[in-house]
Write a protein that binds this ligand. Structure first.
Ligand SMILES: Nc1ncnc2c1ncn2[C@@H]1O[C@H](COP(=O)(O)OP(=O)(O)OP(=O)(O)O)[C@@H](O)[C@H]1O
Length: 460
């Protein structure tokens, strides 16, 4: 290893930061001399303050319990040990002594090794495996449920439903975390090796839908593989099939999906023999499926097969306790990648809290990454954030109006679309009442004044 004054060091550090495994080097006194980016990610460690610290001090409050490694060093032992943490999962740490009298530690995330093992065994996954940075950003649902009784109730509802074998549909605006919730529900009821197959129904071209979902037998059509191919439903055998954006599924395919949901049998294209497949189905949408059913664009019988239990997820702007937590969590994640920690000014924090996030959690993460790049430069920061009038203050949804109009929440006797319009009007009127003018209410709700005027105009 090179010393701090070695001119080669920046190049070497860059190379160490590109390693897929975590690497920590300790000197003979047990102080950290090097800690690469992956080690900071996997271990939840702060790379900026690491040099010179002992593992015991550095590890206090980190994502992993480092005690077994400290004990090995103290006992003069080397070898491998498995560490665990709340949000990190299992990490294999290997300790070796080096000629300087110090130690080198490598950190390998077991989830990555397990994924590689399954790939080698031919059990391909539909989605590429996320990087450690992405996985470290995965929601800390235990903490979030503690902070938000509403989220806790909703998650418990989903967990109970799956335990009882009922199908769940997760509804809510884009970016509220429907996919993450589906992943959590899957993990809650499955073994670690059970497949979770996420299908984005909006992303599959209509012509390929049937073969992707149901697979085909060899020679089923020109261009078909000579081996035939399992569809995504079969790939989810023994695990969970997550049908995201279910509202986008083409009508003819809806009938075929309905048949599968009713009898659990899959017929590949060109096949003659149906196969029984045992999968749990979770679906999600940001569309109003009942309104689509009224317009004959979504089959009502399919809706009732999929939506035994509904999990309506609130937009981020209506869950301020989660917003604060996420700002903090994303800031920590950003700082793990920076050499100089990002310090958010009070003004910027207030803006991040007041903003209405039409793109929800995805937009918050995107904004925070932009801020990390642009710094506190007012001229450069996204205009939508800087246009907020902080004197007006944020409007959260009035307590009288439910945040998401779930089927069970709608006023007696009103069709869903009218019920939604009525909720919207209530929220707007409440904002006008709180802020005293339509202009201020528009600013607080993050819409333009024209929208407020139009929606509050009384029909003759
Ligand atoms: N509870 C959460 N805590 C932290 N990050 C979250 C949480 N929920 C979602 N995210 C992050 O926000 C982004 C959007 O989440 P996700 O894809 O689950 O939303 P979605 O509702 O499924 O969106 P879409 O409807 O567009 O598919 C992802 O980067 C995800 O990791």
């Amino acid at each position: 290893m090179t010393s701090h004054t070695d001119p080669q060091r920046p190049a070497l550090e860059t190379a160490l930061d590109a390693l897929p495994d975590g690497l920590i080097v300790l000197d003979a006194a047990g102080a950290v001399t090097h800690l690469n980016r992956e080690a900071a990610m996997i271990g939840g460690l702060d790379a900026t303050t690491a040099p010179g610290q002992t593992l015991a001090r550095l590890g206090a409050g980190s994502a992993l319990n480092w005690l077994p490694v400290e004990e090995m060093i103290e006992a003069g032992r080397t070898g491998s040990v498995m560490l665990r943490g709340d949000t990190v999962g299992a990490v294999l740490v290997t300790l070796r002594r080096i000629a300087t009298g110090g130690h080198v530690l490598t950190l390998r995330d077991l989830a990555v090794l397990d994924h590689a093992r399954r790939q080698a065994a031919g059990q391909r996954d539909a989605a590429p495996f996320p990087t450690t940075a992405e996985r470290r950003l995965r929601p800390d649902f235990a903490r979030q449920r503690h902070l938000s009784p509403w989220l806790d109730r909703m998650m418990s509802r989903g967990e109970r439903a799956l335990l009882q074998g009922a199908r769940v549909i997760i509804t809510g605006e884009s970016g509220v975390g429907k996919t993450e919730i589906a992943r959590h529900l899957h993990a809650f009821v499955s073994n670690a090796t059970d497949p979770f197959i996420a299908v984005n129904c909006a992303a599959i071209p209509e012509t390929l839908f049937e073969s992707e979902l149901f697979g085909y037998e060899k020679g089923a059509f020109t261009g078909a593989s000579t081996e035939g191919k399992k569809g995504l439903i079969e790939m989810a055998e023994g695990g969970t099939l997550f049908l995201d954006e279910i509202g986008e599924i083409p009508l003819p395919l809806q009938a075929k999906l309905l048949t599968f949901l009713e009898d659990g049998m899959v017929m590949r294209i060109g096949g003659t023999r149906p196969r029984r497949v045992s999968v749990r189905v979770i679906s999600a949408t940001n569309r109003d499926l009942l309104a689509m059913a009224e317009e004959r664009r979504f089959r009502l019988d399919l809706y009732y097969r999929l939506a035994v239990v509904n999990m309506p997820i609130k937009p981020l702007r209506e869950v301020p306790e989660l917003l604060d937590h996420l700002i903090e969590r994303f800031l920590t994640a950003i700082n793990q990648r920076r050499s100089q920690p990002l310090d958010l000014s009070e003004d910027l924090c207030a803006r991040l809290r007041a903003y209405q996030y039409p793109g929800n959690i995805r937009e918050l993460w995107n904004l925070m990454q932009q801020i990390s790049v642009l710094g506190d430069d007012i001229d450069e920061l996204p205009r939508r954030l800087m246009a907020i009038d902080l004197d007006v203050g944020p409007v959260r949804a009035p307590a009288t109006a439910p945040a998401v109009a779930g089927a069970e929440d709608r006023p007696e006797g009103l069709p869903l679309r009218e019920a939604l319009a009525e909720y919207e009007l209530r929220i707007i009127e409440e904002a006008i009442r709180i802020h005293g003018s339509k202009r201020k209410a528009a600013a607080a709700l993050g819409v333009d004044i024209g929208t407020i005027s139009r929606k509050t105009r009384k029909e003759p």
